[in-house]
Design a protein around this ligand. Structure first.
Ligand SMILES: [Zn+2]
Length: 345
C-alpha cells in the first residue's frame, strides 16, 4: 500500500525529552534544580536563559528573558530555522519515531507517559435542545441589525438558548460543544437590551454555568466534572474543515462576526488568560485570523509567535485601527454595532 504523504507521530515527538533534544542539537545543557537551562534560540542569548521543564509530566521550554518558548517541535524549528515538516522529520529520524508509512507492522511502541485525563461528565444534547431559542435579549438585539432568518441560522449553528434566572427570562445560553460534538458545559450571561442606548449589548459581567446549576439541582451527577478546555464554536471546525477560522475572545464577538462574515468559522476562547496549545489544539493545521479586543492585541502577537507549529496564525490589528482614542477595550462587536445599530430618525 503506498502513501501519498508522510504523517508524523506528533504525540510521540512531543514526548521526547526536551533537554535531550537540546543536547542533540549541540547545545550545552546545565541542570538547575528539577529543570535544565540552555541558550535561548529566540533571542541573542549571552547567558543561558531558556528553562527546559520536564518535571511532573511536563515537557516544554520557556525563556525568562524574552518570554518565548514552546514544545519540542517549536524549539527545534526555532533552533535550526526549520519548517514544521523539517523539524518533525529530524526528530523522528534522530529519536527513532516511525512515520505512518512504516507503521505496519508497527514495532513495539515506546510507552508515552501522558497525564491521566479526569472522567468528564458531558451534558446530554437533549438538555441543550430543550433551551434552544432566539428569544434571549442578545438574539433579539441581533435581529435589529441582521436579517431575522440569519439570526435563526446562527441560533441553530451554535445551538444558542434562552434561560430564566432571578425572575428574568432572557438570559443567553452559549453551549461549549467540542470537536467531537460533546457538550462540555453551557455558559449563561445576561445582556442589557435597552434599545435607546448606543451600545446595547452590555453584559452585567456575571457568568453562570449550567453544568454546575444542574448538578446542584440533581439533573446531572452531583460529583460531575466538566471539561473546561473547549472553544465556543469548536464543533463547527469539524463541520467546515476548509474554512478560514476567526478567533475572538468573547462568544458575543463570535456571533456578531459570524453574522457579518459568514464565510469564516468563528470561535471564541471565552477567556482572556490561560489560553495555550491545549485549548487551541482543535485549530491544528488551520488558517486562523485572531481578532483580539483592542487591549489584547500585543498579548496575542506574543502568544502566537510561539505557536507557529500549531496553525497558520495571523493577528489582526483591526480593533486598533477602527477604535476611537477613548475606546481602549474596543472589539469587533462594538465596530459592527457602530455600523449597523439603527440610528434614531
Ligand atoms: Zn529568549
Amino acid at each position: 500500500m503506498s502513501k501519498q504523504y508522510e504523517h508524523y507521530d506528533t504525540d510521540r515527538i512531543r514526548a521526547i525529552s526536551i533537554s535531550e533534544v537540546a543536547r542533540r542539537l549541540g547545545d550545552h545543557v546545565r541542570k538547575v534544580g528539577v529543570s535544565h537551562v540552555t541558550y535561548c534560540p529566540w533571542h541573542d542569548d549571552e547567558h543561558p536563559s531558556l528553562s527546559l521543564v520536564e518535571s511532573k509530566g511536563k515537557n516544554y521550554c520557556h525563556c525568562f528573558a524574552c518570554d518565548k518558548g514552546g514544545d519540542v517541535i517549536a524549539y527545534a524549528m526555532q533552533h535550526e530555522q526549520w519548517t514544521f515538516q523539517e523539524a518533525c522529520q529530524w526528530l523522528s529520524q534522530t529519536f527513532g519515531i516511525c512515520t505512518v508509512q512504516s507503521y505496519y507492522p508497527r514495532p513495539k511502541p515506546r510507552p508515552v507517559v501522558k497525564p491521566k485525563e479526569p472522567t468528564y461528565t458531558y451534558i446530554p444534547m437533549e438538555m441543550v435542545d430543550g433551551l434552544a431559542s432566539a428569544e434571549s435579549s442578545l438574539c433579539q438585539c441581533l435581529m435589529r441589525m441582521f436579517h431575522p432568518e440569519a439570526v435563526e441560522w446562527l441560533t441553530e449553528e451554535y445551538r444558542l438558548g434562552c434561560y430564566s434566572l432571578y425572575g428574568q427570562d432572557d438570559y443567553t445560553v452559549f453551549p461549549n460543544i467540542d470537536a467531537q460534538g460533546r457538550v462540555c458545559n453551557l455558559k449563561v450571561q445576561h445582556y442589557d437590551a435597552d434599545p435607546t442606548s448606543d451600545r446595547f449589548a452590555h453584559s452585567d459581567g456575571k457568568t453562570y454555568w449550567l453544568g454546575k446549576i444542574w448538578a446542584n439541582e440533581g439533573r446531572l451527577p452531583k460529583d460531575a466534572q466538566f471539561k473546561h478546555r473547549c472553544l465556543f464554536g469548536e464543533h463547527l471546525l469539524t463541520r467546515y474543515p476548509q474554512c478560514t477560522v476567526a478567533l475572538v475572545e468573547s462568544p458575543k464577538n463570535a456571533l456578531f462576526g459570524a453574522l457579518a462574515y459568514p464565510e469564516m468559522v468563528w470561535v471564541a476562547t471565552g477567556n482572556k488568560t490561560a489560553i495555550g496549545p491545549d485549548e487551541l489544539k482543535p485549530l491544528q493545521g488551520r488558517d486562523v485570523i485572531v481578532i483580539p479586543d483592542r487591549d489584547a492585541i500585543s498579548d496575542w502577537k506574543a502568544k502566537v509567535s510561539s505557536m507557529a507549529w500549531l496553525a497558520n496564525f495571523t493577528v489582526s490589528d483591526f480593533c486598533e485601527e477602527a477604535a476611537a482614542d477613548d475606546q481602549p477595550k474596543f472589539d469587533i462587536a462594538d465596530y459592527l454595532q457602530q455600523q449597523l445599530w439603527p440610528k434614531p430618525d
